[in-house]
Ligand binder design. Structure first.
Ligand SMILES: Cc1ncc(COP(=O)(O)O)c(C=O)c1O
Length: 490
């Protein structure tokens, strides 16, 4: 929901006439919509309505109330899920029964609450990703809140962890407060700390490297390969020293790494393997789900992820014993058998029962969430594959993407930045890709080599709205993307 946009065109009543006129003047649309405290649409007032009132020599009171005659109680509005073509058509001159042009249409949810505003320049907002929270999630949360078990004790925690392992078909799941704390818990539970090195790719979200730095270990940044956008095996081999304790591989944008080759290397060099699966739930490597190959695999449930708990994460361990140790570390290092007796200086990385209640409902319907996203990816592929200057996510016959965020590379960095801001102005939330770690001040010193592929993809990449959109909306987004590209190149 774009709350600023909504604020600009709405007023509550009673309100001073002068303030209503001021709002109409400021938004430049000739109209304000009257809403209650929940933003439920109650009516509209236009500058024309006010003018006509005065022309009829009727006096308007200084304070406008709900029963005021100047209020139109049935303003034109559309449901939020209206087809984009229909919205655009309604904004065309004289499209509605030959009356004056409509400059602005409130878009409503089922409860008649304004959730967006359509104008010709910005017909609808398309967030890059949206959580899908349904009735089951809500029921679970209500049950939890009513039970009083709202912190990290309560049945949903264990249920979520069990269901997560069942989904992956193995592993010992330990829920956490975020994907980053899952990674940090993995590092500490594997006994990696100060003086140890962990190899990590430059092209990833900063949470990967921050978890290493904050655990006291030293990150060693290497490049990625063009073929998969994931960590370059040859660079790993060059970066290994006697201090290397682990590889943190990242299935970036849900692209599986070359897991078998990496596992073989870990085995021969006696290194731990940590998989950053924050973006990779549902991705497949050689037909199996990603997330069971490492000593620990870590997932994120941030709101933009395929399944969410608001904030949250899961560390999935190969060893039951290490997972038990992780559960102790997660809870301040407190002994399991003696309350308030601490066996190590642990953390508080505990997920709440409320978050787990949402997680249970989400993991129960992960298949349908994945199917929807896959459809969106296939549509974009078809619409974009033949466009000059655009490269799609690489694909191969041994892996399947997780269909998290549809990401492409486009022209050069200037073109990419222009396209992103052009689309942003239209309300299309195109996101630039992650900046390569080796270009940013806190991490520069950890790079062993120049990470040219990471630069190429990180600086030229962008993600398009990837959830909850129809084919006609995807066509509209691609049309605008191509227009932006042509503007910049010609
Ligand atoms: C690749 C990667 N690693 C780690 C994280 C960190 O997860 P969280 O935001 O839940 O801490 C993210 C989150 O977006 C991510 O994309």
């Amino acid at each position: 929901m774009n709350s600023n946009k909504i604020k600009e065109i709405t007023v509550n009543l009673p309100n001073k006439l002068s303030d209503v006129i001021k709002k109409i003047d400021e938004n430049g649309l000739g109209i304000v919509f009257v809403v209650d405290n929940l933003n439920k649409l109650k009516g509209s007032i236009t500058d024309g309505d006010i003018r006509r009132f005065y022309l009829k020599k009727k006096k308007l009171p200084k304070i406008i109330k709900y029963n005021s005659k100047v209020l139109n109680k049935k303003p034109f509005a559309l449901p939020i899920n209206s087809n984009i073509q229909k919205i655009l058509k309604c904004l065309e001159p004289n499209s509605i029964r030959n009356t004056t042009t409509i400059k602005c249409i409130p878009l409503l949810n089922k409860k008649k609450i304004i959730v967006d505003v359509a104008t010709k320049e910005n017909p609808r907002d398309y967030p890059v990703a949206q959580p899908e929270i349904g009735n089951k999630e809500l029921q679970n949360v209500i049950k939890t809140v009513k039970s009083g078990w709202i912190s990290s004790k309560g049945t949903y925690i264990q249920i979520f962890e069990k269901k997560f392992s069942q989904y992956l078909n193995g592993g010992y799941s330990v829920s956490t407060t975020s994907g980053t704390t899952a990674l940090q818990l993995a590092i500490s539970s594997l006994g990696i700390s100060k003086g140890d090195e962990i190899i990590v790719p430059s092209f990833t979200f900063a949470g990967s490297i921050n978890s290493i730095i904050n655990s006291g270990a030293k990150p060693v940044i290497v490049d990625i390969e063009r073929e998969t956008w994931t960590i370059d095996l040859n660079q790993i081999k060059k970066a290994i020293t006697e201090k290397t304790k682990a590889l943190m591989i990242v299935h970036i944008y849900g692209q599986p790494c070359k897991i078998d080759e990496i596992k073989k290397l870990c085995k021969s060099k006696k290194l731990f393997l940590i998989e950053d699966c924050a973006e990779a739930i549902g991705a497949k490597y050689k037909g199996r789900l990603v997330g069971l190959d490492g000593d620990c695999s870590c997932f994120s449930f941030f709101a933009n992820k395929t399944i969410t708990t608001g904030e949250g994460g899961m560390a999935v361990f190969k060893s039951k014993k290490i997972a038990e140790h992780a559960k102790i570390l997660r809870n301040h290092g407190m002994s399991l058998s003696k309350n308030y007796w601490h066996i190590s200086a642990g953390f508080n990385y505990r997920m709440t029962n409320i978050q787990a209640a949402i997680g249970v409902a989400q993991i129960e319907r992960i298949e349908s969430l994945l199917i929807k996203r896959k459809k969106i990816f296939i549509n974009y592929d078809k619409l974009l594959k033949k466009i000059d200057k655009i490269s799609l996510l690489p694909s191969n016959n041994w892996s399947k993407n997780s269909y998290w965020l549809y990401t492409i590379t486009i022209g050069d960095n200037k073109v990419r930045d222009y396209v992103v801001s052009y689309l942003k102005n239209l309300g299309i939330d195109a996101r630039p890709s992650f900046y390569p770690l080796d270009l940013m001040p806190p991490y520069k010193k950890f790079a062993k080599y120049k990470c040219m592929v990471s630069h190429k993809i990180g600086l030229n990449g962008l993600s398009l709205p990837s959830s909850n959109i129809s084919l006609s909306e995807q066509r509209y987004i691609v049309k605008k993307l191509i227009l932006a590209l042509q503007n910049k190149i010609n």
